[in-house]
Design a protein around this ligand. Structure first.
Ligand code: 5AD
Ligand code: SF4
Length: 433
């Protein structure tokens, strides 16, 4: 979402005649777009901002702005503490970027119901993949999470507007779109939900892959699974944050589902879609997490067998309910639990990756492999990143036989028959230049 928002601001500025600087030293305007979800992220932002102070002293004409969730979280205090910052904009105020870089210094952090930014099509992502924000904000108030306080209430973009943006991307040759929402299951445009939106986007010609993030287990419409199954373009992959494997902790987190309800969704999706891949987010060391709760999480991770997971140590956030809970878990215990969880999940991810050996996969080529420019990076319909041992055209879809797995990455060679090149009317998927 932050990448999308950065592109959004870049779009507003480019429309106003600005051009992207190639380095920070040549920039007249420096914008730090920020995330406040964990203390660690905020500290990194603050030290990054401090590193700009010297530059401002040397070149007083430059404008420095801080945008996104950190200024929303800290409001005016950020400017008070760091007077060399010219302006701060919360996530609902990004449209002010053009006036802020010129003259309107100050703090703009009010929430609005209308900040959907439908007037620009910022999605440019990394060709041939692009994020498309379909809704903003979150109404859930999970007890540990700052997002509802920094991004405000849920608001959905209209289907027409999203279709317009994706169609523009398709005309520019983009092949993969990832529909974004903090709680994408709650997408709602005049009664039309995520399943309908997915089926409409799937009709857009030459978009070959459609992913969506992030699903919430408590509000997951099971009909989404049927749409995923029936529509060949929709990725057979689900990001479904578990957060904890203990129903007691899930209740304290205000997640509105139990461990068993989570398992039910996973069973249903695995029964319906063969080989579906699952990824998740997990927080360890939540206040009052006992050894037994942590063991429940480890057992759940083993039971589900996630293909990948983002794992975090609980970080207390101002304004949240959990911040008022007594935290009995020692820092040392939190670290130990995180390390243990990472160890268990890494083993699972490695085993899952190993199982790709010898398989033939349909791979969308996403770019060159930075480590070996004669190779390409790609991604499967199951959201697995792979390396292909040949330089291929970005956006082509090729059949790849996996020969080996290095780390967690399957590495393979293209078969002679290309799928994507036929669809785009070209005779070969190979790069001729
Ligand atoms: N501490 C640690 N992790 C958090 N997340 C959200 N809030 C916190 C917090 N206070 C994690 C959740 C969420 C992901 C985006 O970040 O796992 O799904
Ligand atoms: Fe935060 Fe919960 Fe909303 Fe996700 S669903 S953004 S964890 S409040």
């Amino acid at each position: 979402m932050n990448i999308y928002d950065s592109n959004l601001m870049a779009s507003f500025l480019e429309e106003d005649g600005y051009i992207e600087a190639q380095s920070i030293e040549e920039a007249d305007v420096i914008i730090v777009n920020t995330c406040a979800v964990r203390e660690h992220a905020v500290n990194r932002v603050l030290s990054r901002i401090d590193s700009l102070k010297g530059l401002k002293k040397k070149y007083p004409h430059i404008r420095i702005g801080v945008t996104g969730c950190v200024p929303q979280h800290l409001k005016g205090t950020l400017l008070e503490k760091k007077p060399f910052i010219d302006f701060v904009l919360g996530p609902d105020n990004l449209k002010r970027i053009t006036s802020s870089v010129k003259d309107k210094a100050g703090v703009f952090v009010e929430f609005t119901d209308t900040a959907l930014y439908s007037e620009v099509s910022p999605a440019r992502g990394k060709f041939p993949e692009a994020f498309v924000s379909v809704m903003r904000g979150c109404n859930n108030f999970c007890s540990y999470c700052v997002v509802p306080y920094t991004r405000g209430k849920e608001k959905s973009r209209s289907i027409e507007n999203i279709v317009h943006e994706v169609s523009k991307l398709s005309k520019r040759g983009y092949k993969r779109v990832i529909l974004l929402g903090q709680n994408v299951n709650n997408y709602n445009d005049r009664g039309n939900g995520l399943p309908y939106l997915l089926s409409i986007i799937a009709k857009i010609k030459s978009i070959e892959r459609i992913g969506f993030l992030t699903s919430h287990p408590a509000y997951f419409p099971l009909v989404v699974i049927d749409v995923m199954k029936d529509e060949p373009k929709i990725e057979k992959s689900l990001h479904l944050p578990l957060q904890s494997g203990s129903s007691r902790i899930l209740k304290l987190m205000k997640r509105n589902y139990t461990k068993d309800e989570y398992i039910k969704i996973v069973d249903k999706i695995r029964d319906t879609i063969e080989d579906v891949t699952l990824s998740t987010d997990i927080v360890v060391g939540f206040p009052d997490e006992k050894e037994k709760d942590f063991t429940d999480t480890i057992n759940m991770v083993k039971r589900i067998g996630f293909d990948s997971a983002y794992m975090f140590k609980y970080s207390p956030r101002k304004s949240t309910l959990a911040n008022t809970f007594v935290d009995t878990v020692k820092e040392e215990t939190k670290k130990k639990r995180l390390n243990e969880l990472i160890r268990v999940q890494s083993e699972i991810t490695r085993n899952k990756s190993e199982s790709y050996k010898g398989k033939v996969l349909d791979v969308l080529i996403t770019g060159e492999n930075e480590k070996n420019l004669l190779e390409s990076n790609g991604i499967t319909l199951y959201n697995k990143r792979v390396v292909v041992k040949e330089k291929l055209r970005k956006g082509a879809i090729v059949k790849v036989r996996v020969e080996e797995v290095k780390g967690w990455t399957p590495i393979g060679v293209p078969l002679k028959e290309a799928i994507g090149s036929k669809q785009s009317g070209e005779s070969s998927h190979r790069l001729l230049s």
